[in-house]
Write a protein that binds this ligand. Sequence first.
Ligand code: MLT
Length: 272
Amino acid sequence: MTTLNLLQRGFSMAYSEAGRGLPLLLIHGYPLNRRMWAPQLLGLADIARLLAPDLRGHGESQAVPGPYNMDMFADDLAAFLDALGIRQKIVLCGLSMGGYIAFAFYRKYAARLAGLILTATRAAADTPQARLARDQSAELARQQGVNVIVDAMLPKLVAPATSKNCPELVEQARQMMAASSLEAILGDLVALKERPDSIPTLSEIHLPTLLLPGADDQIIPLQEAQALHAAIHGSVLKVIPDAGHLPNLENPAAFNAAVRIFLNRLKPAEEP
Ligand code: MLT
């Protein structure tokens, strides 16, 4: 783990890195952290430079108070790339909230992107009911602490088969979520609730785009990825079997194989 002080952004960002070549920036979901990308850092370092930061407030990045928003996260990531001196185009891979951030990044920094990988995510904004649920979660977290959020999310986070067959993975996810600061949870809940509708962005995306939903996602149903596929020109949809909301962790072999094919097709165009 390395820490970068993002002075203009007002916090220090922790990140993990592996490999060389085309930068692949991995953006975790809510309320997780960069450790969720361990199987990608292990399995893809021979073909890309993997960069997995902890978003502000998360993991080992500084626990700055919220509220957060998706543009703010996108600006943090652009500052992170600047601090690393990365001028070449990157591939951005976002899981769930990381996907919402990827849409914001695309709107602000499309010129920095060579491709997008969107996993376990959706384009639509929260419904009024979902917005209310965010407020209720924030209230509960304030009163009872982070674990109340963890207990509510954990049963839905992975596919039923993963819960049954891989208790150690469920425990790993629980520990990752439980390590979140209250600042991160509250900051994220505002960002999630207030996030804009990204459906109008989809038809404007003119980049190689890979969609990797988990077949048994209980948080964001498969139809959401099918809608992304229909709306993003030329996108490739690969449903990850035996996986729920964390396809990269639940079925890393299938996930990494799909990313590898995608990157190998991109690389000739991106290499000098
Ligand atoms: C996530 O995994 O980032 C969240 O489930 C996203 C959401 O709640 O909309």
